[in-house]
Design a binder for this molecule. Structure first.
Ligand SMILES: Cc1cc2nc3c(=O)[nH]c(=O)nc-3n(C[C@H](O)[C@H](O)[C@H](O)COP(=O)(O)OP(=O)(O)OC[C@H]3O[C@@H](n4cnc5c(N)ncnc54)[C@H](O)[C@@H]3O)c2cc1C
Length: 374
C-alpha cells in the first residue's frame, strides 16, 4: 500500500486465501489502487492451525489441462506444484500464499488490525491499529477461523474446540467428540490412531452417505476411508442417539456428557467440540444484514445489502442454499468482485477474462449446485 495514496480504490481486510486471491484479481484491473491489511501475518489462520491439521481438498497440478489445482487462488499457481504435497498442512499453505503474494507483488500491511469500518459520503473510513485508511470500496476477507462456534451447552467451558491445539494433544481412554462432520471425524481418526476409544455424537449423522454430491454436505472420500479404518479397530463409535445438552466435570478427572433422550457418555479428557465456525465478520458485522441463519445477506455481486461498496469474499459466502466454504468454490467470485469494483470505478477489466478462461470465474450462480449423475 503506497503511503502517499490519499484514498484507495479498494481496501481488502485480512490476508488469507480469499484476500490474496481477490487482491491478485484487483491487480489485474488496470489502474486500480488497492491494498491489504492483516492483523497478524499473511496466512495467519493457517499459521494458527494445529500442526496435525491438513487440507481435505487435494491439490494436484492439472492447471495445464484446464483443471486448476482445487486449492489455488490464481489460475497460474498450484500449491501441489510449489509445495510438493497434495494435502497441505496449515504452515505449508501459508507458505504457498506467501509465494503468490510475493510473485504478484500484493501490497500488504501486516500486523495492522481493523477495528472499525465507517461508511462516509464517498466510501469508507477504516480504523486500524496503525491509523485510519480511506477507501472508496472495502472487501471483507476476515475469514471464520477466529470465531469457533460454541453451542449453548451447560458446562461448555469444560470442552476444547476442534480448532485449538489442545483438541489434538495426547488423550487416552475414552474420548467424546461433539459433531460428526469433517473436523469431528478428522479428530476421531487421529485419536483412534493414537490408541484412544472415541465416540462421535451427532444427531444429524453426517457420516452417512446422503444423496447429494456437494462436498460441503458429504464427507470427502479420504475421510470416509479413514473413518472405515478407524471403525475396523473397534475403537470408534458413531452415535446419532441425540443432541448433547451439557458437560459436567467430575472430581476424578472424568467428564459426563449428557445427551437428550439417551444415556450420558463418560470421557476421560475434556470433550471436543467439532461444531464449526461462525461468519466471523468482526468490525464489519453491523454493516451486513443477517439472513436469519447467522450468515450475511448479500446481493448477486456479493455486496452488502445494507452498505453499498462493502463486499464479502471467502468461506462465509452464502447464496440461497449454496455454501462456498472451500477455496475451489469461493475463488469463483474473486474476479467477479474485482470486475464489479473495477467497472464501477470506470477501469479496464479485460484482463479478468483470464480467470474465466481458467474456469475460475462464475458470474451467474444459477449454474452452481448441479449434482453428479454417477
Ligand atoms: C479445519 C479446517 C479445515 C479446512 N479445510 C479446508 C480444505 O481442505 N479446503 C478448503 O478449501 N478449505 C478448507 N477450510 C476452509 C478454510 O477455512 C478456508 O478455505 C480458508 O481459511 C478461508 O480463507 P479466508 O481467506 O476466508 O480466511 P482466513 O484464512 O481465516 O483469513 C482471514 C484473515 O483475516 C485476518 N483478520 C481477521 N480479522 C481481521 C481484522 N479485524 N483486521 C485485520 N485482519 C483481520 C485474519 O488474521 C486472517 O489472516 C478448512 C477450514 C478449517 C477450519
Amino acid at each position: 500500500m503506497s503511503e502517499q495514496t490519499a484514498v484507495l480504490d479498494t481496501l481488502v481486510i485480512g490476508a488469507g486465501p480469499a484476500s490474496i486471491g481477490t487482491a491478485v484479481a484487483l491487480q489485474a484491473v488496470h489502474g486500480l489502487v488497492h491494498g491489504v491489511v492483516e492483523r497478524g501475518q499473511l496466512g495467519q489462520s493457517f499459521l494458527d492451525w494445529p500442526e496435525q491439521m491438513t487440507f481435505l481438498t487435494p491439490s494436484f497440478t492439472g492447471n495445464g489441462f484446464g483443471a486448476t489445482d482445487l486449492n489455488s487462488v490464481h489460475p497460474q499457481t498450484s500449491p501441489a506444484f510449489s509445495l510438493g504435497v497434495d494435502y497441505p498442512s496449515g504452515a505449508q499453505y501459508a507458505r504457498y500464499l506467501r509465494g503468490v503474494a510475493r510473485h504478484f507483488a500484493v501490497p500488504i500491511m501486516a500486523e495492522t488490525e481493523v477495528t472499525g469500518i465507517r461508511p462516509t459520503t464517498d466510501g469508507f473510513a477504516v480504523d486500524t491499529s496503525s491509523g485510519a485508511v480511506a477507501a472508496r470500496t472495502v472487501v471483507w476477507a476476515g475469514g471464520e477461523f477466529h470465531t469457533p462456534r460454541q453451542p449453548s451447552l451447560a458446562g461448555v467451558d469444560h470442552s476444547d474446540h476442534s480448532s485449538a491445539a489442545a483438541a489434538w494433544g495426547p488423550r487416552s481412554g475414552r474420548v467424546v467428540i461433539v459433531g460428526g462432520y469433517e473436523s469431528g471425524l478428522d479428530l476421531a481418526c487421529h485419536h483412534v490412531a493414537e490408541g484412544a476409544s472415541v465416540t462421535v455424537v451427532d444427531p444429524g449423522h453426517p457420516w452417512e452417505a446422503g444423496t447429494g454430491s456437494d462436498p460441503s454436505f458429504r464427507l470427502a472420500p479420504r475421510t470416509r476411508a479413514r473413518m472405515k479404518a478407524a471403525l475396523a479397530t473397534g475403537r470408534l463409535t458413531l452415535s446419532s442417539a441425540g443432541a448433547v445438552t451439557g458437560i459436567r466435570a467430575g472430581s476424578t478427572g472424568a467428564y459426563t456428557v449428557a445427551i437428550a433422550g439417551a444415556m450420558a457418555l463418560v470421557a476421560d479428557s475434556r470433550p471436543i467440540l467439532a461444531t464449526g465456525f461462525g461468519a466471523g465478520l468482526g468490525p464489519a458485522a453491523d454493516l451486513f444484514e443477517d439472513r436469519g441463519d447467522g450468515w450475511p445477506l448479500l446481493d448477486e455481486n456479493d455486496e452488502s445489502t445494507l452498505t453499498p461498496g462493502l463486499f464479502l469474499v471467502g468461506a462465509a459466502l452464502r447464496h440461497g442454499g449454496l455454501t462456498f466454504c472451500f477455496v475451489y468454490k469461493y475463488r469463483q467470485r474473486f474476479a467477479h468482485v474485482a470486475g464489479v469494483i473495477g467497472r464501477r470505478l470506470g477501469k479496464d477489466c479485460a484482463a479478468l477474462e483470464e480467470w474465466r478462461t481458467a474456469g475460475m470465474l462464475t458470474d451467474d450462480l444459477s449454474c452452481c449446485g448441479v449434482e453428479c449423475a454417477c
